[in-house]
Design a protein around this ligand. Structure first.
Ligand code: 5AD
Length: 449
């Protein structure tokens, strides 16, 4: 059977989609290749959220087909995911050696399409059509051979986005919001737990919008909180996380869930994007700075020490120095444990791309730098405060940077590296923090048995 190599760009949803496609291919008898150089089929799962991500995937593909022409004439190439969705046939026009383009509602068709291409029945396939119920088609997992995922798995609960933030391409690449049923999601989670998974992260573009159209609020609990409650019931599951919520949908029922549900980890990734009310409005975010700060305050009250991370865009069209200072002051006020900062990148078909006041690269870079420095300073100070404390970690597997050591995550989602061995994988244990590095903590090995 052929071998396949999948390279993924972008977010955790993309990682999850790639994993499901890989699992579908393995179920058909494909093997997973170690690199593109030895694979019969190479798939790039793409991201469109910023121009850089698109360019990386395009360059990678151009490079690979160039080498294949000389060295591996039978290699098959495909684009999947967001850029495949937004560009479709255009990708093959540009790179005629590409064989397959599968959009975001067609991941589950990839295996069949590859069969047809490999059997010589079809030459080129482009499928970016919408498909009903495709949101429920991302369900297979590849636990074997992947230390991390067999401890901590991601479950896709919905697809698409209806928020239409003026900077964002996602509603155009992922389509309208569609949610899976609670029963379907719980069944997938149960199966994962029966296979040894200890932690589940529920995934969606905006998880707080989960099931809005189909599941009525009951006893003050939104559909999403009902889902978290149902997942919480699963015996053997130790930890629950989710990403990403939207501040707009962060109701008191969700805040209260943190106080009520012990498996729900005290960690929240809440994208704020800007600290300026003026910009939040133009971005079409649907909340104010004050509302965001209110949510953080309530969460910290419900779970003191909760880890808070965020996404921030710098250099949105028309962002003034005052707007940017509002973002700096918000970062100071909240003291994020981690913030992902993005330089605004104009995306096709989005309103912000045509707005007046587009800023220069130099301004974006300068603001990026200033905010990064501030966020890092604050995080370093707060990480340092954890030295000497005891924290609970779930051990996921070998550390990526140093595979001779093991890594786990605290409930607040901080990475802890320590001297351990594979027998610790999947264990929940207490470690003492001895040292803090850049967004990494180091644990004391002495307290291990
Ligand atoms: N430019 C820069 N960053 C963007 N993001 C989304 N769209 C853009 C864009 N056009 C960022 C947002 C989002 C994260 C996943 O990517 O901060 O939360």
């Amino acid at each position: 059977m052929p071998s396949v190599f999948i390279k993924t760009y972008g977010c955790q949803m993309n990682e999850r989609d790639s994993e499901a496609v890989a699992a579908q291919l393995v179920a058909k008898g494909y093997t997973l290749a170690k690199s593109e150089a030895v694979a019969d089929v190479v798939l790039l799962n793409t991201c469109s959220v910023r121009d850089m991500a698109e360019r990386k995937a395009l360059n990678k593909m151009a490079n690979m087909v160039g080498i294949a022409k000389k060295e591996r004439p039978n290699q098959i190439f495909g684009f999947m995911g967001c850029m495949a969705q937004s560009r479709g046939q255009e990708l093959i026009d540009k790179l005629p050696d590409v064989d397959l383009v599968v959009g975001t509602q067609k991941f589950h068709r990839t295996a069949d399409y590859l069969d047809e291409i490999l059997a010589g029945r079809r030459d080129k396939i482009v499928d970016t059509a919408a498909e009903e119920k495709s949101e429920a088609a991302i369900r297979e997992h590849l636990l074997n051979g992947n230390a991390q995922k067999s401890v901590s798995a991601f479950v896709s609960i919905m697809q698409g986005c209806n928020q239409y933030c003026t900077f964002c391409i996602v509603p155009y690449t992922r389509g309208e919001e569609r949610s899976r049923t609670i029963d379907d999601i719980v069944a997938e989670c149960r199966d994962l737990v029966s296979r040894g998974v200890k932690e589940i992260t529920l995934l969606g573009q905006i998880v707080t919008s989960y099931g809005k159209r189909d599941i009525a609020t009951t006893n003050g609990k939104s559909a999403f909180v009902q889902l978290v409650d149902a997942v919480h019931e699963i015996d053997g599951l130790e930890r629950i996380r989710f990403t990403s919520p939207h501040p707009k949908g962060y109701g008191d029922d969700l805040v209260e869930a943190y106080a009520r549900l012990p498996k729900l980890c005290e960690s929240a990734h809440i994208p704020v994007q800007s600290g300026s009310d003026r910009l939040l409005k133009i971005m079409h975010r649907g909340y104010t700075r004050e509302r965001f700060l209110g949510i953080i305050e309530k969460l910290r009250h419900a779970r003191p020490g909760i880890g808070i991370s965020t996404d921030i865009i710098v250099g949105f069209p028309g962002e003034t120095e005052e707007d940017f200072e509002q973002t700096l002051s918000l970062a100071r006020e909240v003291e994020f444990d981690q913030a992902y900062i993005f330089k605004y990148s104009p995306r096709r078909d989005t309103p912000a791309a045509d707005m007046d006041g587009q800023l220069s690269t130099a301004v974006k870079e300068e603001r990026n730098e200033r905010l990064l420095r501030l966020v890092n300073e604050i995080a370093a100070r707060n990480y340092e405060k954890l030295v000497g404390t005891q924290v609970q970690i779930l051990v996921e597997g070998p550390s990526k940077k140093n595979p001779a050591r093991m890594m786990g995550r605290t409930r607040c989602n901080k990475i802890v590296v320590f001297d351990g061995s594979d027998r610790h994988r999947g264990q929940i244990m207490d470690v003492k923090i001895t040292r803090a590095g850049s967004f990494t903590l180091y644990g004391d090995p002495d307290i291990l048995e």
